[in-house]
Design a protein around this ligand. Structure first.
Ligand code: FES
Ligand SMILES: [Fe+2]
Length: 424
């Protein structure tokens, strides 16, 4: 943030809302997880500001007229495929008196008609029809200067990268290609290295702040401790080889954990008496753990977060994108969109669907993540000026922590980037 912006923000209400006592992102005021005022500012400065928010996979909208209802922050948005194959996104709020226009979660339609007074819009959100516009039997109708062109639905910019559709409210947001940057593109190029097919979605609701989930997905440190399945079955253990990358602004990042044989069979967990490590537990059906090699290297987990609404993932052979949707300061919705590659064999398709049980609301792993974020939310609700601490690995420069999963550098980077974006 430049000096002019800093001066502009100084003395503003944000200074009083939350105070970060250190500039390195290692101390986080708990108030950031529950303040309604801060939440309202996030909607303005982040979601309606100059970020690209992930809204859909192109594979969800293969045909002209296909549409999906979703959100950018807490603003309802519809994304549609136009007749010429291009994509449009518009705010789902009627240009007449503000009713929800599209009430279906997804479908196919060439026009969208508001139930209240039947104004109709095309797939781009342009106003096409107004009943009784010219009046009827002595009723005057709309004024003579009424021009439908001036009453389109509010349209957002859209841009795509490798089949991922993003939207922004801002004219200033750089092209998505540049917003992602070379390091983030490298990660997405890996997961989306060939055409995909959309398989379906599951949704879960968490009674916690959306930023707690952003911490969670940047936190490799918890993965082999919170998740009994990971450590017990050597999907992720502390000694596994890793690579982690962060964008310059700290807001986007990915981490890859390579498949690594653990010759000690988890001795470090046993010796450290880590209760989530269930020694001796065996799966009756080992196929759930199969990692069929389909990339250059055998990777057990690849988790990539593109701020603010996307987490792309490969866990074993399960592929998904997750959409993070804030629902007020103390709730968020998490939607998992599962996909495969178009050239999957029927066996591989079934394997992916079976492994979809690893994540999601009833999954073997990630239900624990939203339990963890809720545990933080519940305990910090009335915490005054108390602080969260993220010191693990703080003596080592963040960019030198790539080999270690026992570090919180990407959480610190996230909070530095967040403060900059919010002008805090
Ligand atoms: S509010 Fe939509 S037509 Fe009146
Ligand atoms: Fe986790």
């Amino acid at each position: 943030m430049d000096e002019v912006q800093r001066l502009h923000h100084s003395g503003s209400q944000t200074d009083r809302l939350v105070y970060f006592p250190r500039s390195d992102g290692s101390r986080i005021p708990y108030a950031v997880y529950s303040s309604q005022e801060l939440y309202d500012l996030e909607q303005e400065r982040i979601f309606r500001g100059s970020v690209w928010s992930f809204i859909a996979l192109e594979a969800e909208l293969p045909n002209p007229g296909d549409f999906k209802s979703t959100f950018v922050g807490d603003t309802p948005v519809v994304v549609t495929r136009n007749d010429d194959g291009s994509l449009s996104a518009w705010v789902n709020r009627c240009a007449h008196r503000g009713a929800t226009v599209c009430r279906a979660a997804r479908g196919n339609a060439r026009s969208h008609v508001c139930a209240y007074h039947q104004w109709s819009y095309d797939t781009r959100g342009n106003l096409r029809g107004v009943p009784f516009r010219k009046g009827l039997k002595g009723s005057p109708g709309m004024p003579a200067d009424f021009d439908p062109k001036n009453h389109a639905l509010e349209q957002l910019r859209t841009d795509c990268y490798r089949g991922l559709i993003f939207a922004t409210f801002s004219d200033r947001t750089p092209l998505l290609y540049d917003y992602l940057g070379p390091r983030m593109r490298r990660g997405l190029d890996r997961i989306f290295h060939k055409p995909i097919v959309y398989l379906g979605c599951v949704r879960q609701y968490s009674k916690s702040n959306w930023k707690l989930y952003h911490e969670n997905v940047r936190d490799s440190y918890h993965a082999s401790l919170l998740h009994a399945f990971f450590s017990t079955f050597n999907v992720v253990r502390a000694g596994a080889r890793r690579e982690a990358v962060c964008s310059d602004d700290g807001l986007h990042s990915w981490s890859i954990i390579f498949h690594t044989e653990d010759a000690s069979s988890g001795a470090s967990y046993r010796d450290s008496k880590i209760s989530s490590f269930k020694e001796g537990l065996r799966l009756e059906d080992q196929s759930t753990l199969a990692n069929v090699k389909e990339f250059d290297q055998l990777v057990n987990t690849h988790i990539q977060v593109i701020f603010p609404q996307l987490v792309a993932m490969q866990i074993l052979n399960s592929l998904a994108v997750r959409q993070i949707l804030p629902k007020g300061p103390t709730n968020f919705e998490l939607i998992f969109y599962f996909f495969g590659y178009t050239d999957d064999t029927p066996e591989m398709r079934m394997h992916r669907i079976k492994q979809a049980n690893l994540v999601g609301p009833a999954g073997l792993i990630s239900m624990e993540d939203t339990l963890a974020t809720e545990l933080v939310q519940f305990a910090t609700a009335s915490s005054g000026s108390a602080l969260s601490m993220a010191d693990m690995g703080r003596d080592v420069p963040d960019d030198q922590q790539v080999g270690s999963g026992i570090a919180e550098g990407r959480i610190r980077s996230f909070w530095r980037g967040y403060q900059d974006l919010m002008g805090l």
